[in-house]
Design a protein around this ligand. Structure first.
Ligand code: FAD
Ligand code: MG
Ligand code: MG
Ligand code: MG
Ligand code: MG
Length: 545
């Protein structure tokens, strides 16, 4: 700084400076956001705090609307229609974007190492970036469970390029199978499509592929249509096992009727260039079958950069990066994580029960009176989501009712009764699923916390004073489930909505269309997708590769 009332900064960009409450100009806090997917994009869209200098690092300069990705594989929707360039949002918000991948997080020096996207080429660049606050939303990578040959021979369905490659491969397969002088065996091999994984993505892709074969291929490639086969492999007992049993049963029956070869209790043990080997779990028998294309969709794994980061901060033993309920990464400072890359390390009520009780017991009488009890109950419900789930399961309105069964008519509650009443709530603890719904709600939640950060730092009295984290005034993250869909092909969709409401069929397909159209992040993508749908209804799918 220099005198004369004029401040001169080495870093003179006004966008990076801010005024404090007493009129002093200071450097803005630098928030670095890793990732432009569901978590990152949602965080950035809701972030409205002029006191942050926001820098986004992602190898992808667009947001991808993943729920419609399976529809890209057969040309129902164009890839361009479901991506939203990130530069527009950056300009609107005054944020900066760098197209690069973070390859190392150095939490002790508050620095990250980045590599430009063209990693292997001679123009590739590596550079450091420092941060005051880091928001990690890098998502996950496909999980091969180290099955030999998968990385080399199978397709994944995670990014826009993946969907386009699958689409090309499907169409090329039909062209190749239509060449003259092929044996029947060869045509059968080329047109054998194998999907591995009976979760929502694998099921939806199988359904989309089947629709394409029935509605389009039959007309375009009538000579080879009889040689096509779709096999869906699942290691568990059923497909869609996270859904209601009625949906699983409907999906399995529909696939059987459609002629999709559904093989449950079958685990893939290896994939070569033209054969896929599976093990029947019951018998241990290994069977190899020729195939033309394999799509691998068996869940997600952790990215290498996160794995290394976890070792650094003492989370090396864990399977996923853990945060607390405020999305703060455990074991380091000023780093937040959300979406598929992290899980919330939910506290058990039973672990904290003595502390909860003694904090609530203001008069230190050893029992809680009505007023003390009421105030602690509110905090517990907010802090431990399992309590609400437990009450719902037991069909109870509130903890007071729960306590009545333990306490009889007594108005004072002692620690033993308190423990007994809550003894089973922890059985309802669940990790949140790796979904767009969770990631986007977390992004919105975190942005709202950031938007009022200064206020909260000045008045740090939190709602939950009993666990030492009281310095935080924010309520912990709470997930609201709005339901899930499983499109099953043939204009039919299964929907599972809150309150055990299950609906399957054409009407839910329309619900699906409208929900997804409304969830698209901009009017541009919305109109593109809707016109893709209309085009498909009128003209059918495009089959050029
Ligand atoms: P992502 O959305 O994957 O975003 C990760 C971002 O980080 C990307 O921009 C990526 O380029 C970037 N990145 C990666 N590595 C780095 C790095 N080293 N440094 C910096 N940036 C990096 N969920 C639903 O709720 N409903 C659905 O219908 C649904 N359908 C799906 C269909 C498919 C085919 C797939 C693949 C997923 C589907 N999901 C669905 C799941 C949903 O897409 C994910 O849960 C969601 O994308 C998670 O958000 P995220 O921000 O954690 O990760
Ligand atoms: Mg993201
Ligand atoms: Mg995404
Ligand atoms: Mg998660
Ligand atoms: Mg008392």
């Amino acid at each position: 700084c220099s005198g004369g009332g004029l401040l001169v900064y080495s870093d003179s960009n006004p966008l990076k400076r801010t005024l404090t409450a007493d009129g002093q100009e200071t450097k803005k806090k630098k928030v670095v956001v890793l990732g432009s997917g569901w978590g990152g994009y949602s965080f950035l869209s809701y972030l409205n705090n002029p006191n942050y200098d926001v820098q986004v690092v992602s190898p992808r300069n667009f947001f991808l609307f993943t729920p419609l990705l399976p529809s890209v594989t057969n040309g129902t929707v164009e890839a361009r229609s479901i991506v939203e360039p990130i530069r527009g949002l950056m300009r609107k918000k005054g944020f900066e974007y760098t197209e690069a991948e973070c390859v190392k997080i150095d939490a002790s020096n508050k620095k990250i190492l980045c590599r430009s996207k063209d990693g292997a080429s001679k123009d590739a660049k590596e550079f450091d970036m420092d941060y005051d606050i880091l928001v990690v939303a890098v998502g996950a990578k496909p999980n091969t469970f180290n099955t030999p040959g998968v990385e080399e021979n199978a397709h994944f369905l995670k990014e826009a390029e993946d969907a386009l490659k699958i689409r090309q491969t499907v169409i090329n397969s039909f062209e190749r199978a239509s060449l003259p002088d092929l044996t029947e065996e060869e045509r059968k091999r080329i047109l054998h499509f194998v999907v591995v994984g009976g979760g929502p993505t694998g099921v939806e892709f199988s359904a989309e592929l089947h629709d394409f074969l029935v509605e389009d291929v039959a007309k375009i490639y009538p000579k080879v249509q009889e040689f096509t086969r779709i096999t869906l492999l699942e290691a568990g007992d059923h497909i869609l096992n996270m859904f209601d049993k009625r949906i699983t049963a409907f999906a399995e029956e529909k696939f059987q009727r459609d002629g999709i070869d559904l093989k449950t209790k079958n685990m893939v043990v290896g994939v070569t260039a033209d054969e896929i080997s599976t093990k029947e779990i019951a018998t241990g028998r290994i069977v190899s079958e020729p195939y033309g294309m394999v799509v691998w969709s068996t869940g997600i794994g952790i990215r290498p950069v996160i794995k290394e980061f976890m070792h650094q901060i003492g989370q090396g033993q864990r399977r996923v990066l853990a945060t607390d309920e405020w999305l703060r990464v455990e074991g380091c400072d000023s780093v937040y994580a959300l979406g598929d890359t992290a899980t919330i390390n939910q506290r058990r009520v039973m672990e904290d029960i003595a502390a909860i009780f003694s904090k609530a017991d203001k008069g230190e009488t050893g029992t809680l009176n009505k007023k003390e009890f009421k105030s602690v109950v509110k905090d517990i419900c907010q802090r431990y989501p399992q309590v609400e789930l437990y009450l719902k399961k037991k069909k109870l309105r509130n903890i007071a009712n729960l306590l009545k069964s333990a306490n009889g008519d007594d108005t004072e509650v002692n620690i033993e009764t308190f423990k007994q009443a809550l003894s089973e709530v922890d059985t309802q603890m669940k990790n949140l699923p790796a979904t767009a719904q969770v990631a986007s709600q977390q992004g919105k939640y975190l942005a709202k916390c950031f938007n009022k950060m200064e206020k909260c730092e000045k008045k740090p009295e939190g709602p939950l004073r009993f666990r030492g984290e009281g310095r935080h005034r924010f309520q912990p993250f709470r997930y609201r489930h709005f339901g899930s869909f499983a499109p099953l092909g043939g204009e039919q969709t299964a929907a599972e909505l809150p309150g055990d409401w299950v609906s399957i069929g054409h009407s839910s397909q329309w619900l699906w269309y409208s929900v997804y159209a409304s969830k698209l992040v901009s009017w541009r993508t919305r109109s593109l997708v809707v016109s893709d749908w209309v085009r498909r209804f009128i003209f059918g799918r495009d089959s050029s590769s």
